[in-house]
Design a binder for this molecule. Structure first.
Ligand code: SF4
Ligand code: SF4
Length: 128
């Protein structure tokens, strides 16, 4: 399960993810992170059955946490199978099947948003 974690660094530079790993014993896979001097956002992946434990632990440390049940979403009625999204995606979420129809491996998506701009038909959206 993927969690989107936002945290402020204004009150100090506590390593929230490291602290949660220590406190819960859950190994956290960081899919992507953007951190500056005042705030940070990290997309992490944790085992489904430990998702709530990690989320609660992060919230107790002052973070905002969103549990993301889905990756990128495809509107099949808008997609023209042009393939423009395939090369732009850093995680190989998209591929063509034998009939040259676009396929998604949604579970690989790290919600970076790069494919959305690449799609000429606005067929892709991120979960709200
Ligand atoms: S949001 Fe990023 S990782 Fe997800 S499908 Fe689009 S390009 Fe790939
Ligand atoms: S770029 Fe858009 S229209 Fe083209 S294959 Fe990807 S989702 Fe479909």
């Amino acid at each position: 399960m993927k969690l989107l974690v936002n945290f402020s660094r204004k009150k100090g530079r506590k390593p929230i993810i490291a602290q949660v790993v220590r406190d819960t014993g859950v190994l956290i896979n960081v899919e992507r992170a953007v951190i500056d001097s005042s705030e940070g956002e990290a997309l992490i992946d944790v085992p489904d059955d430990q998702c709530r434990l990690v989320s609660d632990s992060m919230i107790s440390l002052g973070a905002n946490v969103r549990i993301l049940e889905h990756g990128i979403s495809l509107n099949e009625s808008e997609c023209v199978d042009c393939g423009a999204c395939i090369s732009i995606c850093p995680r190989e979420v998209f591929s063509m099947d034998n009939d040259w129809k676009l396929q998604l491996a949604e579970e690989k998506c790290v919600l970076c948003g790069k494919c959305i701009e690449a799609c000429p038909h606005q067929a892709l959206t991120l979960p709200l």
